[in-house]
Design a protein around this ligand. Structure first.
Ligand code: ADP
Length: 310
């Protein structure tokens, strides 16, 4: 197969790991900077170029699109999809997962456990909004934050009020959640590939910190998932329409609660912690899904459109 990895940085561990796994399994793998892909769109005819040359004959693309380039990155990914190239995570699914609020709404509809969450727009409603959520502590999150950035713990109602006012002043989108105290600064990252949890780790926040992100100094250990946790992780990934996903869970008194579903989960921490060749799992999944399809130029009328998830 000819596999393209959409990534801005060839030196990132996850990118290198995917390149090596693909090559080890006999594929031609190339890293493409999504910001250097440019496209032509005409009636029923889509093409992509890269540094002055046409991109063609690619069987599968693996999106590793950073938060800061979501819009352009997903447009490039969509162009690949229009050209009939297989991707484990579609542009729609990536966009869905990038919006925390939307993700929680979709998960809640499927009755998947989550920390109770409120959000609102008008400052006049803040007091009642917080009343709806209940007593502090509250966790306040920027809607589009990542790696624990923009996630705050407010111990008192007055703190919640002032953080919310500050966010509003910055025109930032945010949501407010109940604080799940009993998770004790730990969360569980479940790595889902093609409807299977291939690896899982427990991340523990360092002392004095409630966010367990490894980028914030959290430490990781292998964890054995309960049946309910596995089921929750798989349902969450499926609900978001992601075939490769990092599902973050909190262990709570009322069972596993989904924090978020990541569409470009990092490989370094989880491969190092669990010893699982996750990049290999992703390539193997792609092999199973890709049937050799040529030519890649497709007519709009022949394109099979799958029903869109909301
Ligand atoms: P990000 O996407 O920026 O990583 P998360 O929503 O995953 O943001 O939050 C970062 C970390 O903060 C989580 O991994 C978890 O350890 C902690 N955390 C987030 N929300 C809650 C909550 N409602 N209760 C307790 N801890 C939380």
């Amino acid at each position: 197969m000819k596999i393209a990895i959409l990534s801005r940085n060839t030196k990132l561990y996850s990118t290198i790991s995917l390149v090596e796994a693909g090559r080890k399994r006999g594929h031609r793998v190339r890293v493409l900077d999504p910001l250097r892909c440019y496209m032509r769109i005409a009636a029923g005819d889509f093409s992509l170029r890269y540094r002055g040359r046409a991109l063609s004959g690619i069987d599968a693309v693996i999106p590793r699109i950073g938060n800061s380039i979501t819009f352009y990155g997903t447009a490039v990914l969509r162009q690949f999809e229009m050209m009939g190239v297989f991707t484990p995570n579609t542009s729609d699914a990536v966009l869905r997962a990038r919006d925390k609020l939307r993700s929680l709404q979709l998960l809640a509809r499927e009755n998947i456990g989550l920390p109770e969450t409120v959000f609102g727009d008008n400052p006049d409603d803040t007091a009642d909004l917080l009343e709806t959520l209940g007593d502090p502590p509250h966790v306040i999150k920027l809607n589009e934050g990542a790696q624990g950035q923009g996630v705050m713990l407010a111990e008192k109602r007055a703190t919640s009020q002032s953080v919310i006012e500050a966010f509003r002043g910055l025109y930032a989108n945010f949501l407010v959640q109940e604080f799940i105290k009993e998770s004790e600064g730990a969360d569980i990252r479940c790595f889902v590939v093609g409807g299977k949890v291939v690896a899982a780790m427990r991340r523990q926040a360092r002392d004095g910190e409630f966010r367990s992100n490894l980028h914030r100094g959290g430490t990781a250990t292998v964890v054995k998932l309960s049946a309910a946790e596995t089921d929750t992780a798989l349902r969450a990934a499926r609900t978001m329409g992601l075939n490769v996903a990092g599902v973050d869970l909190l262990r709570s008194r009322r069972g596993p609660l989904v924090l978020e579903v990541n569409s470009s989960p990092g490989l370094e921490g989880i491969e190092a912690t669990t010893g699982v060749d996750i990049a290999g799992e992703i390539i193997a999944y792609i092999e199973r899904r890709v049937r050799r399809r040529r030519p890649h130029k497709i007519q709009a009328t022949r394109r099979k459109v799958s029903p869109a998830l909301p």
